[in-house]
Write a protein that binds this ligand. Structure first.
Ligand code: NAD
Length: 313
């Protein structure tokens, strides 16, 4: 029969593409329940889904930050039966820590960390009873490696990685799989939204040097990296479909092979010095040429540092 897939955060970006690709599966193997906070934002998804809308794709409202909304949404699924849960909803946060209030930081954790925990708590008991299920979590390269001026976002993804790494062990006993997808930069509204937020920011509390490093050193190299190395939401959706359809799905799934040496540095030097120094040099000494430097790094590193990624094709 058809597998029921529930996806969070489907009004845009990666979530929208995953919903469309699964709903349009040539063998109709999936019934997709695409969820979003505000159903008024459904038009882009409905348009992209075409014929699948109303057949293999249905919509439900869901805010991962609300206990009530999560419970109602899952109660509205027939028999509360969800075969595959895709935790995609997430928010970014960029800037000097001095300028960000603790309240804003908590909002990021509320969505990126507690949002996922809330979903899993609601869906997992039924999966355990049925001794089957697959939970997918949209992590990030930043769930494995810290990135300057992304301190809080990175921390929220690290928190989730730790949570999943712990949970995966007991889930295995119940025949439930848990997989994380770890994309590098992806061209979505995520980056646009963040850049807009950054433009509006006045950086209260941050000193002039810090603001200068952020605006004049970090931001241009970050934009450069997105342009040179960014994948499309479609790439990530195809990787996710591959993970779902694998007989033996991997726990970790990096999608961008230009990032594997960067991630491997911390395992190559247990003192952490190699990671911190490499990032320092990338940012402050090679800033404008960062993506070229990263490509060279990839070519120079030995195969043990070039870990296997999951590819969209
Ligand atoms: P996006 O902003 O287009 O999509 C995020 C979606 O989550 C949006 O539709 C948003 O409305 C939704 N959302 C936010 N808060 C929510 C809430 N409380 N309840 C329900 N939905 C909520 O960006 P995206 O790039 O498609 O991001 C999807 C996921 O991919 C995120 O978890 C993000 O951290 C991760 N990711 C993105 C990138 C990137 O470069 N874009 C890289 C690695 C990982």
């Amino acid at each position: 029969g058809q597998k029921v897939v529930l996806i969070t955060g489907c009004s845009s970006g990666i979530g929208l593409r995953i919903a469309v690709i699964l709903a349009k599966d040539e063998k109709s193997r999936y019934h997709v329940i695409a969820t979003m906070r505000d159903l008024k934002k459904k038009d882009k998804l409905v348009e992209a889904a075409g014929d699948a809308y109303g057949k293999t794709l249905t919509l439900l409202p869901l805010d991962v930050c609300s206990d009530e909304s999560v419970r109602q949404c899952v109660n509205n699924v027939k028999d509360r039966h969800i075969d595959i849960l895709i935790n995609n909803a997430g928010v970014g946060l960029l800037g000097p820590v001095e300028s960000i209030s603790i309240e804003e930081m908590k909002k990021v954790f509320e969505t990126n960390f507690f949002g996922v925990v809330r979903m899993i708590k609601e869906v997992m008991p039924d999966m355990k009873k049925r001794r089957s299920g697959h939970i997918i979590v949209m992590s990030s390269v930043m769930g494995l490696q810290g990135v300057v001026f992304n301190d809080v976002y990175t921390a929220s993804k690290f928190a989730m990685e730790g949570f999943c790494e712990s949970l995966a062990v007991q889930l295995m006993k119940f025949n439930i799989r848990l997989s994380m997808i770890e994309p590098g930069p992806v061209h979505t509204e995520f980056e646009t939204k963040m850049m807009e937020d950054v433009a509006k920011m006045e950086y209260p509390g941050a000193d002039a040097d810090t603001v200068r490093y952020f605006k004049d050193v970090y931001l241009p190299s970050s934009i450069d990296i997105f342009e040179a190395m960014g994948q499309t939401p479609d790439d990530i959706a195809k990787c996710t479909k591959k993970v779902i359809e694998s007989n033996n799905p991997r726990f970790r799934n990096l999608t961008n092979n230009l990032y594997t040496p960067i991630v491997a540095l911390k395992y190559a030097d247990e003192t952490g010095g190699l990671s911190v120094n490499t990032f320092y040099n990338l940012l402050f000494n090679f800033g404008p040429l960062m993506h070229i430097t990263m490509s060279i790094l990839k070519c120079l590193t030995c195969s043990c540092l070039r870990r296997r990624t999951i590819s969209p094709n």
